[in-house]
Ligand binder design. Sequence first.
Ligand code: NAD
Length: 419
Amino acid sequence: MATDESLNPFVIAQKQLDEAAEKLGLDDGTRQFLRWPMREFIVTLPVRMDDGKFQIFRGYRVQYNNARGPTKGGLRWHPDETIDTVRALAAWMTWKTAVVDIPLGGSKGGVTCSPKGMSEGEKERLARAYIRQVGRILGLTKDVPAPDVYTNPQIMAWMMDEYETIVQENHPGVITGKPIPVGGSEGRGDATARGGVYIVREACKVKDISPSETTYAVQGFGNAGQFAATLHPGILGGGKLVAASDSSGGVYNSNGMDPKKLVEYKQSNGRVSDFPESEPISNDDLLELDVDILYPAALENAIRADNAPGIKAKIICELANGPTTPEADNILFENGIYCLPDFLANAGGVTVSYFEQVQNSYNFYWQLEEVHKMLDTKMTKAFHSVYEMYERHKMGMRSAAYMVAVARVAEACKLRGWV
Ligand code: NAD
């Protein structure tokens, strides 16, 4: 792998911003301002563990930019969490909320910890300790967290409860991704994949691909990947799942596999491999299949300079965050592969989180159909605004999405008189 592929994520985020700013011709003051978070908050959290001893955790909250509205971004609990990963993720949230044009800014938070080794009680005490420190900079009009890697709806519920206990008021909108009985939204569970499949439908239209006849492969048959597999035929009016993989390996059938049966198989066996009526396929071979649509839905850096030249899919829908390295991205562009970039393709999750905040604000909850309809409208409009930029400048969809997003944030900063 080239050295520039293993850079600090915040350096990559700044480089991506620099490129968009250059293409947009932004003035130097605006560029410098958008290169850095507006506010960073670092806390030290003492938590009593089950053995009675205290463990001290480092926690972060980075509010990158709130020119377009209160900031929003998930909370990661991960052993490798650093201020720079949080800064990068907060920058990407700023561009993600802007590209789907929801009236929010971007932020991110995290705690450096190993949640796999923690009991439920320890997790609850850590969640509450985080809110006792960070709660003062959160709120529906300030900054609203959500789940991310190794955090979940239960952790969101504890955090909301701690916040409400401190302020002695009902504030469900202080956090999203909550369980439905305590103010969560219908349709949040599959929103990321659903949003991605909606824009694949739009991409097929502009690329003259018949949606109902598409073949597709899913790399990473987890939460996002399973939903993409099952939603694809319904939203596109057909389509054939020819391959899927998880960390145990992959399965392939050129005649197609029933996505619902594959989900059931994965849920009962914990893996996709050995699914009946399929043959094994390696993760590397899956990526190079001649399919219409490839959904990378596993981890970052799945598509790199070494395997990008072999990719034959017509459209890549990046449900995972950062599945394509910058070098691979250039190769895909030169080879005419149409790549729907992560911060557009997986923005369905934050869009429904925003709907959750709205419902919490007026204390009235929508039916599932309403959520789907609004999500479709938002994603479809976002796709077409990026597509228009792509057509106008003959650039990759990732660069086009950056230009749309950065221009919107820069305009809001200017209108406020900040730069
Ligand atoms: P998950 O843990 O449920 O699923 C990940 C899957 O990838 C697992 O099945 C795992 O076995 C598989 N995997 C791991 N390494 C692999 C490899 N080398 N090859 C093939 N498969 C491999 O996670 P998720 O929530 O579905 O998230 C997946 C990606 O989507 C992440 O990048 C995440 O940041 C992104 N994402 C998810 C959401 C969401 O709402 N779930 C929202 C935005 C972005």
